[in-house]
Write a protein that binds this ligand. Structure first.
Ligand code: WTA
Length: 656
């Protein structure tokens, strides 16, 4: 674990100086689910003193086929929630509303990038989901089988998730921006037997082709027996006989009734791969009951959901935010969820604001990176729109710098909307540290206080609590319902990575401090994970991709502060003998990483060096590289060979 105090992000530096406080707007608080700090504190105390009663009461708001016998079975680090209970998350998202009084209420409001709008009511969603569940069954997909999903943002993506959940198949969504090799790793690790994809998706006015990437990947994925292709763009694709099927053909012949499987609370719901500190992404496994309960309750209280809300989370369903807060948490609450297919600046930089006005969006949840882009694009794009339907704003994915927070609050929220800065992770499944908007005063840059039942603490490497105001490692002391249960196929790694660093506690990988009011301030990762535009990437993953290139001998990758993206990717490369640095080779290697992992992993800068600075024991001195990447000038397009050996020698004694 290498803490990078040497090169604090400018965004984080401004967080350290921040001391403004924004109480919940009175008008908002008066109508909120939780209306005061006293109410929050009383509920919080009860939730941590007696979590079983607290979570049991919440769970009873959902539909269960069989009640549980025990709320929590905790055998560190293995937790089971709602033991003995049987439920179905798809049933809770869809049937409960379609069969109740919401069959004609809009469940999914979708807008394509070219401008088409589709509205699916809970009743229609009920039928579509049952049909697709039958399609999966007919293709031989059974309970427990893994289904890969590689799609753009279409209603069919949500339908595919819900259909898997309905029959107890485990979905593994792979973000549509990942390249073929990333698909191969993930499909093979989970041994998926089917994949759902689409011909292509629209982004920034052009088609991003998906099916050809699946074709390329499947050459190396022997476990896949069936491919279902949703037709979105109509561009020509190659369909392999016997393996590939059109979504519309299969749906045309599917029966409209498929009862929801009565799943055990701990039956797996999905696997979602995320980057860690090794070269291999890990498949976090989420299960049914606990995940359902915490995504439901956090959606209800943090987004303060009301019957007439039109809720829009801009995250792609390829990330955990999309799983929990485009689909599962929101639909369980019976609320209309907006999905948008494309880029925020197509055809113009005001697309989001146009969508908000057109569909009267009331709750809007996005990433700090997007907010910084809007600021850069200019206020005039915002000022053309009313935005008067909005009542609550949220952010997620990375620390938000106070400047961006204030802009968001003023320009988008017009000072009227509370801002919820929500801290959580793929591993936590649901929100963990976040304002409750009617109850907790906000401070720009702070995720504020823990959600009910969550016990975070900032500690030293030895696990001792640090005094208020000092920085340390963020851990969670007690189990929570939506925690990932394991890493697929690798329980040892789960135990080692999350539960051994600070024995007895869950180690988040984040640095944080707590102020005198008990507010948490997140300070970024303390491990080798970097956060580029809110997307989590492992430096080792990028290094592995680089060294897979035949001209590369060694590579080291670090994050450096970046005004817009939070962090940028800096790569240092040594070449195999016989190869010379050149601008062409630099481009080739950057493109190579994009091809191997996906465009999101393309290094922002790449420098050739004769050797990497290392300690005597052979460990790459990342701290030094971070310093160089941050402060070392990169002059124009130069590819001058940099020789770090001298600096390395100078610093060696310090590091060794
Ligand atoms: C970072 C995304 C500061 C953090 C939901 C965490 C944040 C990682 C915040 C998880 C926030 C997420 N403030 N940092 N509000 N939210 N992070 O798994 O470093 O893609 O560990 O989950 O994002 O990223 P992941």
């Amino acid at each position: 674990m290498a803490s990078s105090t040497t090169s604090l992000n400018p965004n984080l530096e401004s967080i350290l100086r921040e001391n403004r406080v924004f109480p919940p707007p009175a008008e908002f608080a008066a109508k909120a689910h939780i209306q005061s700090l006293e109410q929050y504190e009383a509920m919080y105390r009860q939730s941590v003193d007696d979590p079983e009663t607290f979570w049991g009461d919440v769970a009873r708001e959902l539909h269960w086929f069989e009640p549980w016998t025990k709320v929590l079975d905790w055998n560190l680090p293995w937790a089971k929630w709602f033991v003995g209970g049987r439920m179905n998350l798809c049933y809770n998202c869809v049937d409960r509303h379609a069969l109740g009084d919401k069959s004609s209420k809009i469940a999914i409001l979708w807008e394509g990038e070219p401008g088409e709008v589709r509205r699916l009511t809970f009743g229609e969603l009920h039928i579509e989901v049952q049909k697709f569940a039958n399609v999966l069954k007919r293709l031989g997909v059974k309970k427990g089988d893994r289904v890969a999903i590689y799609m753009g943002m279409t209603p069919e993506l949500a339908i595919a998730l819900l259909a898997c959940a309905r029959i107890g198949a485990v979905h593994s969504v792979i973000f549509g921006g990942f390249a073929a090799n990333a698909l191969v790793d993930r499909i093979n690790d989970a041994q998926c037997t089917a994949i759902v994809t689409q011909d292509g998706s629209y982004r920034r006015g052009t088609e991003v082709k998906l099916k050809p990437i699946v074709d390329e990947a499947l050459v190396n994925c022997p476990s896949i027996e069936n491919v279902v292709v949703f037709q979105r763009t109509g561009s020509p694709v190659v369909m392999k006989d016997g393996r590939d099927h059109w979504w519309h053909d299969l749906m045309a012949n599917a029966a409209a009734e498929c009862p929801a499987e009565q799943l055990e609370s701990e039956d797996p719901l999905y696997i979602l791969y995320t980057s860690g500190t090794t070269g291999k992404p890990k498949g976090l496994v989420h299960t049914t009951g606990g995940y359902a309960v915490q995504t439901y309750l956090t959606s209800k209280y943090v987004f303060d959901l009301r019957e007439d809300d039109v809720y829009w989370c801009t995250a792609d369903i390829g990330w955990v935010t999309g799983h929990s807060y485009v689909v599962y948490g929101i639909l369980q609450n019976g609320i209309t969820t907006v999905m948008y297919e494309g880029a925020p600046n197509h055809p113009a930089p005001d697309r989001f604001w146009k969508i908000i006005d057109e569909h009267k969006v009331t709750v809007f949840y996005t990433a700090p990176t997007a907010i910084r882009a809007f600021i850069k694009w200019g206020d005039e794009h915002v000022e053309r729109h009313r935005l008067d339907s909005l009542r609550l704003l949220g952010t997620v994915g990375e620390p938000i710098n106070p400047e961006a927070w204030i802009w968001y609050q003023q320009m988008i929220g017009k000072g009227r909307c509370p801002i919820v800065d929500t801290w959580w992770q793929t591993e936590t499944g649901a929100l963990m540290i976040t304002p409750i908007p009617g109850a907790i005063a906000t401070k720009p840059g702070s995720a504020t206080r823990p959600f009910f039942g969550i016990v975070p603490e900032v500690v030293t490497k030895e696990g001792d609590a640090v005094p208020a105001g000092s920085g340390g490692l963020l851990v969670i002391r007690k189990p929570w319902p939506s925690m990932a249960r394991t890493i697929y196929n690798d329980p040892e790694r789960y135990e080692k990575q999350y539960w051994s660093e600070i024995p007895g506690s869950y180690f988040t990988g984040d640095g944080a401090r707590v102020d005198q009011d008990g507010y948490f301030w997140l300070m970024g990762r303390v491990d080798d994970v970097i956060n580029v535009s809110g997307h989590r990437l492992g430096t080792m993953e990028i290094e592995s991709a680089l060294v897979a290139h035949k001209k590369v001998a060694e590579a080291a990758v670090v994050g450096r502060p970046h005004d817009m993206k939070g962090q940028a990717i800096s790569a240092f490369v040594t070449l195999e003998s016989g190869h010379q640095p050149s601008p062409e080779l630099k481009d080739e290697l950057r493109a190579w990483v994009a091809k191997e992992i996906g465009a999101l992993a393309r290094p922002d800068d790449l420098r050739f060096t004769e050797q990497l600075p290392k300690t005597r024991s052979g460990k790459i001195m990342r701290r030094l590289l971070r310093e160089l990447a941050t402060h070392g000038e990169i002059k124009g397009d130069t590819t001058t060979l940099e020789d770090f050996s001298i600096i390395a020698k100078l610093r060696e004694s310090e590091e060794a």
